[in-house]
Design a protein around this ligand. Structure first.
Ligand SMILES: N=CN[C@@H](CCC(=O)O)C(=O)O
Ligand SMILES: [Mn+2]
Ligand SMILES: [Mn+2]
Length: 298
């Protein structure tokens, strides 16, 4: 079910009511009105539940909004509210979300899809397929996990397998994979199914080789589906997730990877997943997600 934006979430420090140079995002945000950037929340942790994870990601979108609201006003953003899960099955909710997201993608330079569990990525894919019917879509995920599990219906751990099974030509590039976070079966599926990856251990910084791999992948596609799973970031920085990472990436590396992807000019939508306020400390994971989106959207 779609819920209109909750305008009370957009508050922050008020430095001036009339001098724009003092404004913060909460003073310029629009609601259900076209802007450069569209924002749609996926307030859903049903996929996490189905994947045997820790519940709480349904509160992620609003926590990220609150953190974004207080940032200096540099992004022209319109908040289109949240989708919540009230269907019998998750796939029905994902379809509903995809429908709305596709509409926003047609009207906006960039659409921010804010989760919620990483099942948001499959909804994002369905939306991209609606809008970019003839284009070659490449999928870039920054994640500790492949999320390529085999299940009869979607969970937060299946999004990329569903995409790969649906489209024989689709290629998937995931950065930040942890050996300790994925069983051999998931590595085997990746090896057999058009998946390239860079291990977290090779992302202490973004090497020239990784940058070259990213550029090659981007060059081979017309549009890029870009998604970030916050559990790729070390739990010292991002404790508020279902499956927290030790030996995870630094925020700086994720920001640099995102910058390279966004500079391609081929990214109509970005999703950010798995922020779980129930396990957060001082809102730092929500804040980090908000700051990543802030950099991405400029
Ligand atoms: N979206 C998260 N997916 C991971 C979670 C791993 C875990 O719970 O430890 C996965 O299914 O592999
Ligand atoms: Mn993950
Ligand atoms: Mn994930």
């Amino acid at each position: 079910m779609h819920q209109e934006a909750d305008q009370t979430l957009w508050t922050g420090r008020l430095d001036s009511e009339d001098v724009p140079a003092h404004f913060r995002q909460f003073q310029t945000v629009k609601f259900s009105r076209q802007a450069d950037v569209a924002w749609l929340g996926y307030a859903i942790d049903e996929g996490v539940r189905l994947n045997k994870g820790r519940m709480g990601a349904a509160a992620g979108p609003d926590a990220i909004r609150r953190a974004f609201a207080g940032l200096p006003a540099r992004v022209d953003v319109s908040d289109y509210g949240n989708v919540v899960h009230d269907h019998d099955t998750l796939i029905e909710t994902q379809r509903e979300y995809a429908e709305i997201a596709a509409g926003l993608m047609k009207d906006s330079r960039l659409t921010l899809l804010v989760g919620g569990g990483h099942d948001i990525a499959y909804a994002q894919y369905m939306a991209m397929k609606q809008v970019y019917k003839k284009q070659k879509i490449g999928v870039i995920n920054i994640d500790a996990h492949f999320d390529n599990r085999e299940e009869v219906s979607p969970t937060s751990g299946t999004s990329f397998r569903y995409m790969l099974e649906e489209d024989d030509a689709l290629r998937y590039f995931v950065l930040g994979i942890q050996e300790a976070g994925n069983t051999q079966a998931l590595f085997d599926y990746a090896a057999a199914n058009r998946t390239s990856y860079v291990l977290a251990d090779h992302l202490e910084h973004v090497s020239e080789d990784v940058e070259r791999q990213l550029h090659e992948f981007i060059r081979a596609h017309d549009v890029i589906l870009f998604t970030i799973c916050m559990d790729v970031i070390d739990s010292a920085y991002a404790p508020g997730v279902s499956a927290s990472a030790v030996f995870g990436l630094t925020p700086q590396v994720v920001a640099r990877l995102s910058q390279i992807v966004m500079q391609s000019g081929k990214v109509p939508s970005v999703s950010i997943a798995e922020v779980n306020p129930a396990y957060d400390a001082d809102n730092r994971t929500a804040k980090l997600a908000a700051h990543l989106l802030y950099r991405i959207a400029q």
